[in-house]
Design a protein around this ligand. Structure first.
Ligand code: MTE
Length: 323
């Protein structure tokens, strides 16, 4: 994600990756990947005990059965490409955070459900996964930075969690919050970001068939850099809405303000639906670079998911739906 630097929380110039470098690196992925392979090899040994501690009781449930209703016309992005090109600012501001993200401890992991619900509760991630209708879906994913990928996510519909959580009629929005633990996530020591990462959707969006809580990818438990043990996938919206490593889900009456919206509201808003005709203030959204092949393809309204979601926005035309 790019944003204008401002006083107070601003990133020192020396710590930033110049945009020209990122652009130059993007085409082949090779420089980043070379760096990453080196970093991964260096940390593999020291991380082994942490992995052993992490064994979760629901890992053996993978692969989840594929739901053929969610197919894609594009080839899937190779796993090693998708798993080595990530935005996860808790672990750094580059795309090469996979090695650093192995510090994330995903068990035990308590998810808190609160706010406007019949009864607030906490539930262990494995207990929740066991209680949910699990499936795999193939989804397109479009980042606001104009790159895209296609991923086999496994998880369960967000609507199943709504049914489980029993929100009150007064709930208007669902607010998601990532963990807050600067010891486990060095990026959270950077004071210029309003941690923890927060995102939100309306109740109607949360109940849409496409809204999906992800606990795995590529037929396996979710890799840490993808936002283990549980993240969101909202494929018709720009990728920053798909919050990772969720610790708390709250039902609220007020519209939640996401981390990027809090940081740069002129560039990142609440709705963030994909629209190729509405440019980001600093770049076009008309096309996107496909991770892995580097093909430049036209972007699509609602990322091609209009038939599922366009109806959510009738009557909301005066809202800033596209950024
Ligand atoms: N969630 C958290 N907690 N922290 C983040 O930095 N980045 C967002 C989103 N969710 C982010 C996050 C952005 S900008 C994108 S594009 C996607 O995660 C990237 O998901 P991926 O790494 O699986 O491609």
């Amino acid at each position: 994600m790019h944003y204008f630097r401002r006083k107070g929380w601003e990133l020192p110039e020396s710590a930033a990756t110049p945009e020209a470098v990122m652009q130059a690196a993007r085409p082949g992925l090779s420089r980043r990947q070379t760096l990453l392979v080196g970093a991964g090899a260096a940390t593999a040994l020291s991380l082994r005990p942490a992995r052993a501690r992490d064994q979760a009781t629901t890992d053996a449930l993978h692969p989840y059965p594929r739901n053929a209703a969610y197919a894609v016309e594009r080839p899937l992005t190779a796993e090693n490409i998708a798993a080595n090109y990530n935005n996860f600012y808790e672990y750094g501001t580059t795309k090469s955070i996979a090695a650093a993200a192995q510090q994330l401890q995903t068990r035990p992991w308590l998810l808190r459900i609160d706010g406007l619900v019949e009864k607030p509760f906490e539930i262990g991630i494995d207990e929740l996964i066991l209680a949910m209708p699990r499936e795999e879906r193939l989804y397109r994913f479009r980042c606001v930075e104009a790159w895209s990928m296609t991923v086999p996510w496994s998880g369960f519909p967000l609507r199943a969690l709504l049914d489980y959580a029993k929100p009150l009629g007064s709930a208007k929005y669902v607010r998601f919050e990532t963990f807050l633990d600067p010891k486990m996530a060095p990026g959270q020591r950077a004071p210029f970001y309003p941690w923890p990462y927060v995102e939100g959707v309306t109740m109607a969006e949360a109940g849409n068939d496409l809204a999906f809580l992800v606990t795995g990818a590529y037929g396996k438990p979710l890799a840490k850099q993808f936002g283990a043990p549980i993240r969101l996938a909202l494929p018709w919206k720009y990728g920053f809405k798909s919050i990772k490593s969720i610790r708390r889900i709250s039902f609220v009456a007020e519209r939640p303000k996401g981390l990027w919206e809090a940081l740069q509201p002129s560039e990142y808003g609440f709705w963030a639906n994909v629209n190729p005709e509405v440019a980001h203030p600093r770049w076009s959204q008309a096309s996107e670079t496909v991770l892995g092949t580097n093909d430049r393809i036209p972007s699509r309204l609602f990322n091609g998911y209009g038939e599922f979601v366009a109806g959510l926005y009738t009557g909301l035309e005066r809202e800033r739906l596209w950024a």
